[in-house]
Design a protein around this ligand. Structure first.
Ligand SMILES: *Cc1c(COP(=O)(O)O)cnc(C)c1O
Length: 400
């Protein structure tokens, strides 16, 4: 089901809806990537850093306690939380930075919301000895002081975006403008499977190592394929990475889980596939949440890594053709899953990943013990502990 065409459309989604000056830059990037992606030297260098810098392959872990407790399907975790920096993001930043190096670029430009991608970009730029500038909304800079400090520690410059709502959307706007002004020297390192072509395709390829490993590991451990693959959806990169190598296995059900936030009213969630409609944001066509004027609506999730008003275009396509289905989980359900995995398995999941787990807590008991589910544990939860502890202190949630 390799649907993407030369202009980067997945069905009607994706594309390059950008100012004219960006087209030649994107097309040069697409052409270079197309050449480099099968080059054995490039793949060997990427494999080297995936292994030695990030610690791949990550384990596939059978949650025997949790599976027994729920009394249904066998639950397995793909442990992306065990990557260097504690999440799947480094899979993508390593791939893109090696591409930047190939293209002779000296400077990296990146956007970040919660700061997780900014930290991964800063780390890989330090590794390659490149200058890194990260654009971050003013509100996020204030909310995520620790990640701002981490980026600066690793030598990155953090530029505060002060337009509009002063969050991720504005950070992307300002980063794209900076790239356009300096495209000769700089490389735009995008953090999820979104943006104009070729980014959704490149990010999918770099993240597909998740399902390449998971598929082999599951076959080795059980002699069969899983019945379900489940992942949380922000921009959709860990999910498309988890789905990629299972798309042709028609009996494997693919489920993405979006953040339903504090309620289903517009502005209270960020479930773009579940409640949005097709539209263009940041240079690509996909399901997005819109206000009355048709612009990107304000979004909310307990999890700073999930609050984006659009979603990777391949997910929109997989939804429309019925190859993947998309569910949602609320803040409260995610917090419940955050504690459940901690208590049953001794693993503290990221609040993002907890959304996928929340759906699995509902799904597993409805299935027989012969069935199996792989969940992408996209990141570790240490970064979220202080936030959850404070919400417990304020009486918003209670520890089960
Ligand atoms: C950034 C992030 C996400 C969301 O991004 P996707 O592109 O949807 O994967 C999910 N989990 C963790 C741990 C993250 O850091």
């Amino acid at each position: 089901m390799k649907s993407i065409n030369a202009e980067g459309f997945f069905g009607e989604y994706g594309g390059q809806y950008v100012p004219e000056q960006l087209l030649p830059i994107l097309n040069e990037l697409a052409a270079t990537y197309d050449k480099v992606k099968t080059d054995p030297e490039f793949r060997a260098e990427l494999d080297y850093y995936m292994k030695k810098f990030s610690g791949r392959p990550t384990p596939l872990y059978h949650c025997s306690n949790l599976s027994r407790e729920l009394g249904g399907a066998q639950i397995y975790l793909k442990r992306e939380d065990l990557n260097h920096l504690g999440a799947h993001k480094v899979n993508n930043t390593l791939g893109q930075i090696l591409l930047a190096k190939r293209m002779g670029k000296k400077k990296i430009i990146a956007e970040t919301g919660a700061g997780q991608h900014g930290v991964a970009a800063a780390a890989t730029a330090a590794l390659m000895g490149m200058k890194c500038t990260v654009y971050m909304g003013k509100v996020d800079v204030e909310r995520q002081k620790l990640n701002v400090f981490r980026m600066r520690m690793m030598g990155a410059e953090v530029v505060t975006a002060t337009s509009g709502q002063q969050t991720l959307k504005e950070a992307v706007d300002e980063a794209l403008a900076a790239w356009m002004a300096d495209a000769e020297e700089s490389f735009y390192l995008l953090g999820s499977a979104v943006g104009p072509h070729p980014y959704p395709l490149m990010v999918r390829d770099f993240q597909s190592v998740i399902s390449k490993e998971a598929r082999e590991q599951f076959l080795t451990d059980t002699g069969k394929l899983p019945d379900y693959c489940v992942a949380c959806i922000g921009g959709g990169s860990n999910a498309i990475g988890m789905f990629a190598n299972f798309i042709d296995d028609k009996d494997v059900q693919l489920i993405g889980v979006e953040p339903a936030g504090r309620g289903l009213k517009l502005g209270d969630h960020a479930a773009s596939l579940s409640f949005g409609s097709p539209g263009i944001l940041h240079g690509f066509n996909s399901y997005m949440l819109k206000d009355e004027a048709g612009d990107a609506a304000p979004v909310y999730s307990i999890s700073a890594g999930l609050d984006y008003p659009s979603v990777g275009p391949e997910h929109s396509y997989l939804k429309d053709i019925g190859r993947a289905s998309y569910e949602y989980a609320s803040d409260a359900e995610a917090v419940n899953a955050f504690f459940t995995l901690s208590q049953k398995e001794g693993i503290i999941p990221a609040l993002e990943s907890s959304h996928a787990l929340a759906h699995v807590l509902k799904l597993a008991p409805t299935l027989s013990t012969e069935k199996s589910i792989i969940v992408c544990l996209s990141g570790r939860g240490d970064k979220d502990v202080a936030q959850v502890a404070e919400m417990i202190e304020q009486g918003i949630f209670s520890m089960p």
